[in-house]
Design a protein around this ligand. Sequence first.
Ligand code: ARG
Ligand code: ZN
Length: 897
Amino acid sequence: MFREATTPSPTIYRHDYQAPAFWIDTVDLTFDLDPAKTRVLNKMTLRRNPDVPAQPLRLDGEELNLARVLVNGQGTSFKLEGDQLVLENLPEGADPIALEIFTTCNPSKNTELMGLYTSEGGFFTQCEAQGFRRITYFLDRPDVMATYKVTLRAEKKAYPVLLSNGNLLEQGDLEDGRHFAVWHDPFRKPSYLFALVAAPLVAREQRIVSRGGKEHLLQVFVRPGDLDKTEHAMQALLQSIAWDEARFGLALDLERFMIVATSDFNAGAMENKGLNIFNTKYVLAKPSTATDDDYDGITSVIGHEYFHNWTGNRITCRDWFQLSLKEGLTVFRDQEFSEDLAGSPSARAVCRIGNVRGLRAVQFSEDSGPMAHPVRPDQYQEIANFYTATVYEKGAEVVRMYQTLVGRDGFRKGMDLYFQRHDGQAVTCDDFAQAMADANPDSALAAQLEVFKRWYSQAGTPVLHASGSYDAAAQTYTLTLRQSCPATPGQPAKQPFLIPVRMGLIGRDGQALPLQLQGDTGTPLLERVLVLHDTEASFTFADIPEAPVPSLLRQFSAPVWLELQGEDEAAQLHRLAHDSDAFNRWEAAQRLMMAQAVSAVQASEMPAQVLNASTLDALRAVLRNPALDAAFKQLVLTLPDELEIAEELDSVDPQRIKMVSEALCQQVAHALAEDWLSLYEAHENTGAYVPEPVSAGRRALANLALENLCRIARDSGDVVWPGKAYQRFKDASNMTDRMGALRALLEGQSVLAQPALERFHALFQDEALVLDKWFRLQATRNDLDGKVLGQVRALLQHKDFHLSNPNRVRSLITAFCHANPGAFHRADAAGYVFWADQVLALDGINAQIAARLARAMDHWKRLAEPYRSAAGEAIRRVAAKPDLSADVREVVSRALQ
Ligand code: ARG
Ligand code: ZN
């Protein structure tokens, strides 16, 4: 694929939105599928949009060969301007217009994996955001919604399964060994929800009758050898259908719901109407190949795509700046789904902690770098770059805040009103906010809607500064909350956000104190939600018998940094021991450890010990507390990693951070040695594998204990624990335990690590998703001797490595550059040279994957020397390539700004 060496792509602005000049009502597509030359006949009916001044019809198209254009059956004049097909002389006043366009394309050369492409002997599509224009000329924008009829024709033997959106009308054989299928989707949809699949696949099927008595056919299509890995996906789909009906009253609206797995996919999955296409990673699982995390990932992504059928497909986005309208809302829904499935309060908290960790690791970091943008961006050069943690995960936090402000029932009312008003439409984030407010007229949300909506318009992570003062004479406690928000690109000054602060006060004995705001007469509560909507506000609580320890931002009630002014370690230890909110208990431990890690990084000399004795005692008490479950213990003892520590610092020396992180790990291993031993013994046997939270927690804790025991062995020269880990690795009955043992060997720098890696490869050489793990483990291994980069380079030459497969690239190259800072940021700059080489190589293959890799340098300006200069040089080398994709161009030029 050759790109012209032209000026950078134009910037698109949200404020420039204009309704389309034409509507497309029906689309009738006929595909003659052939890997090298697929022929596409596109017959549409169009209408002028009377609300817009008359203008030529401009259709988007990319990488297409145009053969014929007919208007109402007649030849017509047309122009090709850049990537657009322009028709200036459409007949006046004769709507509807019948337009027929015949093009060809080459799916086998489509390494970008956008539009129609081939993978493992099949045809697949990905159209969001702008892939449909690589299939045919079209008004490729989400506010143009049409009904589609699709005819697929292909060789029967090679492509026995022919799928598209909606219902199957007809299928049969043709001459020359070809066959056909005709699909019709009764729902109007934007082009980004179009899909087709033609491939040698088999399906797990399930028929269900919904509450309303309607019959549905559910199918999960995979390659023939993978059928034994589809049970969990089908289960997750059934749970998703039941959950959306129960929680939101939203039922499946299709006779058929199909899921197709493909191993070449840019994203996780795609919610095409009735025909979801998934990365195999989020479909295939059996105990011997998938870990507990993989099982959870499948549940949440299956849920996510299914939930899009209402939040995304029935109501879609007016334009791509509104992407979070569907993504933030749907991530929120999939998170709630996973929590509801987890069940117990403690298992829910474990879910929440996992989501918040992800948010802070990726989104907070994004928000403090050159790619920072609001949840509803104002501009972009390449929309594919805005499928970000901000739009998805921060967007989900914004939706969660509505629920925190109006309650679960109020949130349901808001959703009901949203569907009542907008079903079948393409709308904006403002429409969603308005429905939520109008359904809850007496809420703090309705009272402060314009302030709340700043979450959509302002980028950056606000800082919430909290300070408390106790007045013993008056028996009152006054909490003062103040907010600020750092500048982000294009937004030097911010207005206050509306921040819901779920909170409680903890007494000296660890009990919750009743909360009565001064002047308030209702029954005192043990927990409440304070709402800060100004720069600063104070809240005074009456009848407080003693100086309390505040517990703020429970369940992480807003996506902010919390600074507790003047708080001492004793208060944090008190929260860790007594907070009724599991999230804040976990958070207290994290804060204690983080503060000490940061001082160790900043100290002029590296301290002998990172953590003090009282922190270690508190961690030990958590491990020994019989009332806490294993999953929670494992999370508390998961130490702040190098990336999290870096995020706290203005000047980042990655090698210094690595030293501290390593010292922290070794200290915790040794200091809690007895506990690791007894925990391992108590949890090592998890019985027959079932992917559910309680036994998953036990596995996680056993694996953490084993890793610590192998770390201890590294220092003492002990060979017993590495030996046990190797044995466990060999005998493991499930992938979670096998990976845990392998990781323990790697962390323990054991001589058995290498033979274990080799054995792992031999065992799983035919399992692509497991090979991805094998590559990732090696790319992210602890780099004590500076050899990891060389190993990664060698792995690029491995017979199982392919630059054209996104999962493989992410496992090796992206994982190394993004997730192994201690190995990547080398004083000799070799990591940056590697990064630049790989970004440039990938850019010629798949610009989206290249742009994601490019973002590994987002924070280069915060690096200390010599890293900073070397990083800058590498970025400038990438930027100097004249025919760079718009995707990578946008990322590197923002980084250099
Ligand atoms: N809508 C899909 C999902 O979140 C993701 C589409 C990804 N597209 C992209 N250009 N990265 O479920
Ligand atoms: Zn989505």
